[in-house]
Design a protein around this ligand. Sequence first.
Ligand code: TMP
Length: 237
Amino acid sequence: MEKKNQLYEGKAKKVFETDDPEVLIVSYKDDATAFNGQKKGSITGKGVINNQMSNLLMRVLETKGVPTHYVEELNERETAVKRVTILPLEVIIRNISAGSFSKRYGVEEGIVFDAPTIEFSYKNDDLGDPLINDDHIYALKLCTREELETVKKYAFLVNDLLKEVWGRCGITLVDFKIEFGRVKDGSIVLADEISPDTCRLWDSETGKKLDKDRFRRDLGGVEEAYQEVMGRLKQAL
Ligand code: TMP
């Protein structure tokens, strides 16, 4: 697969065209940002871990009925993926209170919900990715009703499957953010990445944070946490 011109550079990844118009190459960087880019840094080895972890998890999800953009891992930082039009939505599932949920509603972190919750943010950096509801999504024509139903169905299925996988690693899946895209035939697939950048992962025994909150909150041991999670996942799969 030949890497052609760069289409896009985001905060954590670059995207390139290839000789196949329906296939792109994603290249994962070690750059880390938080709070809509206000905090900047680097996590050594993160690009390699996030690339490999996301691919491992997407392959598991594919076998369990969640279509994804994954095509082929090319090297430790780069993966071929299906070209999609990303729905401008961050889809967030929560099993336990944390982060912006705790802040918004004034509750402590760690409250285990009776059932998972779903919420959406409108992907727009200038606006700071504001929370958005279903009716506003339709009003802004961000996707169709049928697409949103599909997104919700897949998101809850992803949660069930990831909870099980992380459970086998001795890790509790607190919450996560995923994104979806439309492929050429119009169908919806899981896109972007699944990694400690996009999930809250707590050690099931000790509650230790093993995700990007270590970077966001200056907790130290960031690289070690990413390596720990990757090591446990490889053992479990
Ligand atoms: P939040 O509690 O800050 O809203 O985050 C919820 C989940 O979404 C958490 O697992 C981290 C992830 N997330 C991203 O992947 N990208 C983002 O830009 C933000 C704000 C959160």
